[in-house]
Design a protein around this ligand. Structure first.
Ligand code: NAP
Length: 334
């Protein structure tokens, strides 16, 4: 397992982190507790040290499962728990709240659910325009002084918002959407992170499964699975993305002897001081992680990837549909 060091964290951080949103079940058509626990344990047992979760994932369920999974056999000491704050929910509706009062409440709830006395990495999940960023930053700075959290991260923040935050408290990690199909982070966030020594935790590394290579035009998603409303999964766009996946897979196998899932994640790792957050809810979904390690994509390979993208995805669309509403507007999702 390749690793990087991130200031403030007690262990080297594996370059693939486990994402546990789907494990919470909510917006993913449900999940199975026992399988989820086995997935988290399998991740740690194969050297994945970073486990990314959030209170909102299943409204506490994901954190609870992470806590239960890590409690057994000393896994807590081999794992870095990254959780988040700043989203609130009422009657299943989610909205932003990064007020000091909300964060103080959340940190206690998370520590209890996670069955731990410290959160290794605490990240603001979404910027909340109704609360001054300085207040949010000062709250995290204080929690760090108290030893409840060790390192600080932000997610879905712009560079401007990060600058304001960093006047008050350090930022050790930033978590934007970033994968072969969602690259807005390249404009400003990645260069800013490089300049300021901030590690990038790339979320949606598999573009919600598209880049895993097993989704087809006839794949059906159950219940509240977000891919039912994700514009990438609707025709005619879906066929463009699937054509890209097919071309990537052919190229990756011929050139590197690897499947598309390994190419997609390796591509993220070859873009800087990055960690790819890989969402999984079944242990076997993590088996291909080993294919990602120990090689890299050369310049020619990078150029071929660009060529494939331009040739196949004529009408790209980003992940903006996932943004949660602000306090005054409780219509949408997280
Ligand atoms: P993702 O990693 O792009 O995709 C996850 C999905 O890919 C899985 O649920 C699974 O779908 C499929 N998959 C995984 N391994 C596979 C394999 N070996 N073969 C076939 N399919 C496979 O999506 P994500 O979970 O949204 O993103 C990763 C993590 O990033 C999240 O869990 C969360 O920790 C973080 N995240 C953060 C934010 C934020 O706002 N900060 C937003 C989104 C995500 P099925 O289980 O349906 O097969």
């Amino acid at each position: 397992m390749e690793t990087i060091d991130i200031t403030g964290l007690p262990l080297p951080v594996s370059r693939v982190g486990l994402g546990t949103w789907a494990i919470g079940g909510w917006m993913w058509g449900g999940s199975d507790d026992n399988r989820a626990i086995r997935t988290i344990q399998a991740a740690v047992d194969q050297g994945i040290t970073l486990i990314d979760t959030a209170p909102v994932y299943g409204f506490g369920r994901s954190e609870e499962l992470v806590g239960r999974a890590l409690e057994a056999d000393g896994r807590r000491d081999r794992a870095i728990i990254a959780t988040k704050c700043g989203l609130e929910w009422r009657d299943g509706k989610v909205y932003r709240n990064s007020s000091p009062r909300r964060i103080r409440q959340e940190v206690e709830d998370s520590l209890r659910r996670l069955r731990t006395d410290r959160i290794d990495l605490y990240q603001v999940h979404w910027p909340d325009p109704t609360v001054p960023i300085q207040e949010t930053a000062a709250t995290l700075r204080q929690l760090r002084r108290e030893g409840k959290i060790h390192a600080i991260g932000v997610s879905n923040y712009t560079v401007e918002q990060m600058k304001v935050f960093r006047d008050i408290a350090p930022i050790h990690t930033v978590q934007p959407p970033y994968n072969l199909f969602e690259r807005a982070a390249e404009d400003e966030i990645l260069p800013y992170a490089v300049d300021h020594g901030i590690a990038v935790l790339a979320y949606g590394a598999l573009c919600r499964g598209l880049l895993a290579g097993s989704i087809t035009a006839t794949t059906k998603f159950a219940g509240d699975d977000l891919r039912r409303t994700d514009p990438k999964f609707h025709q005619p766009r879906l066929n463009q993305y699937l054509a890209a996946v097919t071309a990537f897979d052919r190229f990756a196998r011929k050139r590197f002897g690897k499947p598309v899932i390994a190419l997609a994640v390796r591509w993220i790792l070859d873009r800087g001081k990055t960690v790819a957050l890989w969402g999984a809810r079944r242990p076997e979904q993590l088996e291909p992680v080993v294919d990602v390690m120990g090689w890299s994509i050369d310049n020619e390979g990078m150029q071929e990837i660009e060529r494939i993208l331009v040739e196949t995805v004529k009408d790209p669309i980003g992940p903006e549909f996932m943004a949660p509403p602000q306090t005054s507007d409780m219509r949408a999702v997280a």
